[in-house]
Design a protein around this ligand. Structure first.
Ligand code: ISL
Length: 531
């Protein structure tokens, strides 16, 4: 018999390496820090961890600007630390997924430094996308593409003697030049990088900007009104979701499958809709793709139900599991998106129980199990993320969801690092009330709820498999059955409801009472029942 593939229903915990745990007090989290805290994650009950980039990097984009794909940045540790971390995780039964960033390198990568030093038309320049400018003197960018972080997606080089040189493409920061994936050498290089880490025992990769590597070779201007801002829903750009990108994944799948032990590939692909996402999940391509539609849906029963149905139906067609995501290092933390304060937290916890009850796998972002809110009042001079233009104003970047984790104690750095550590982003004093230590001692805490839910998810076989069938529970209430004995109900109606359901409460995100064939469910609350 074949073993059910682990990633099909895994709960994967995203570790933002710089902000998880700092073992040496330099203010940046690191691999030994993560290793020392792994037992906490095993206790939480997740199945795998995903580590954000820890490679050698100037950190112009939080490490998504890689200067050496085969080594660890000294701030984060060493290759030996990585091996120790992977071994410790495996000993605890946790799988390890790492990030791979193939769309662009750092401008400090040896390849780009060589390209800058070389002549136009040279093999060194061929690895990136260099073009002459338009207009008299080539003073205008080669086309009108915009960087995701705002401004033109092209930057012009200047020669050491001060004369202008060619322009290069960067869909993100100027410190992140796009690689040219029409070049076989680039393919070979990444094949080798994949093998380097697979040989070290990683269980898979999260592929950064998985929809971006292939560009329309004509580099055509985009139409007026189109933007790189995928969250605005404008896609079909000549640099995203091009057909050619799928060839890369068919090759990567062969590589992953050539290793023992179910290595998984998950795409970060912000593309138009579930149908387009599913093209990345064809049997000979990737195993999973983040379902960003769920993340982008507000607190609305009808909208959530439509997204759930569409996601499940689309994934069913391709035979790949749906994934559910509420937060990551790029978006405002979901308790804040859902309104913040007590209400945001209630909704956030209910949305989590909903997500964890659905078929497929789920991704948690570090700190959501503590109910951490977005930090919206970081001092201006502490901000590090590139800012970008959006709808006529400057976005302040994503630092607010990247503040280091509070572990214990009553003052900063709350166990994130040794006493006296100045964390790379300041931690709010109020987080003394949100430390893991305090929440462990409080059965009513978000951490206690996450822990109970993850345990129940493992115990209830019905949660591992089986389609959902909706129960008609009235306006604003989502309720469904899975298998013979499991029901999940969520109240988004704006008022308390009583549902004609009997069963034993397994987990609830608020004060639910059950009895006499009825469940009293407060507003913004979710419950799991064994029926
Ligand atoms: O962050 C976004 C919107 O909030 C996205 O547009 C994001 O830039 C896009 O999803 C790609 O994200 C990934 O690649 C980026 C990096 O900055 C992000 O942190 C990473 O998740 C460039 O490598």
């Amino acid at each position: 018999t074949t073993q059910r593939e682990w990633w099909r229903d895994a709960v994967i915990y995203q570790v933002y390496v710089r902000s998880f745990a700092d073992s040496d007090g330099d203010g940046d989290g690191d691999l030994p820090g993560i290793a020392s805290r792994l037992p906490e994650l095993a206790e939480l009950g997740v199945d795998a961890v995903w580590l954000t980039p820890f490679y050698v990097s100037p950190l112009a984009d939080g490490g998504y600007d890689v200067a050496d794909y085969r080594d660890v940045d000294p701030r984060f540790g060493t290759l030996a630390d990585f091996d120790a971390l992977a071994a410790a995780a495996h000993d605890l039964g946790l799988r390890v997924i790492i990030d791979i960033v193939p769309n662009h390198s750092s401008s400090q990568h040896p390849w780009f430094r060589e390209a800058v030093a070389a002549e136009p038309g040279s093999p060194e320049r061929a690895r990136y996308i260099f073009r002459p400018g338009r207009g008299p003197g080539g003073d205008l960018p080669p086309n009108n593409w915009q960087s995701v972080f705002g401004g033109p997606a092209w930057t012009r080089l200047t020669r050491p003697d001060g004369t202008p040189d060619q322009w290069y493409l960067h869909l993100f920061d100027p410190a992140q030049p796009d690689l040219d994936w029409t070049l076989q050498e680039v393919h070979d290089e990444f094949d080798d990088v994949l093998r380097f880490w697979l040989d070290r025992g990683v269980d898979g990769f999260r592929i950064d900007v998985a929809h971006g590597m292939v560009k329309d070779p004509a580099l055509p201007d985009i139409a007026d009104g189109q933007s790189a801002d995928l969250l605005d829903g404008v896609t079909r750009l000549p640099y995203f979701d091009q057909d050619g990108v799928h060839e890369i994944y068919r090759r990567w799948r062969l590589i992953a499958d050539s290793y023992p032990g179910q290595r998984a590939l998950v795409a970060e692909a912000w593309v138009e809709d579930a149908d387009r996402v599913s093209r990345y999940l064809r049997a000979d391509e990737l195993h999973q793709a983040f379902n960003f539609e769920y993340l982008q849906t507000g607190w609305d029963a009808g909208a959530l139900r439509r997204v759930i149905d569409r996601s499940l139906a689309t994934n069913e067609k391709v035979g790949a599991p749906t994934t559910w995501v509420l937060s990551n290092h790029d978006v405002v933390r979901h308790v804040t998106r859902f309104g913040g304060g007590e209400e945001g937290l209630r909704r956030g916890l209910a949305a989590t129980l909903l997500m964890l009850a659905l078929p497929g796998s789920a991704y948690l972002y570090q700190g959501e199990e503590l109910g951490l809110p977005e930090v919206t009042d970081l001092p201006e001079d502490a901000l590090q993320d590139p800012t970008w233009e959006r709808s006529g104003h400057t976005e302040r970047g994503r630092d607010g969801c990247r503040v280091p984790l509070p572990w214990e104690g009553s003052e900063a750095p709350f166990g994130f690092g040794p006493a006296g550590t100045a964390p790379w982003l300041p931690m709010p004093p109020a987080w003394s009330g949100l430390t893991r230590e305090r929440q462990k001692a409080d059965p009513g805490s978000p951490l206690a709820l996450y822990t109970r839910a993850l345990r129940a998810r493992h115990e209830l076989a019905a949660l591992g498999e089986g389609a959902i069938s909706w129960i008609d529970a009235g306006d604003g209430v989502l309720a469904f059955r899975r298998g013979r004995s499991f029901v999940c109900a969520v109240n988004l109606s704006g008022a308390p409801v009583e549902l004609p359901l009997s069963g034993e409460v397994v987990v609830a995100s608020g004060p639910v009472t059950a009895g006499g064939g009825r469940i009293a469910l407060p507003d913004d609350t979710a419950v799991w029942l064994r029926t």
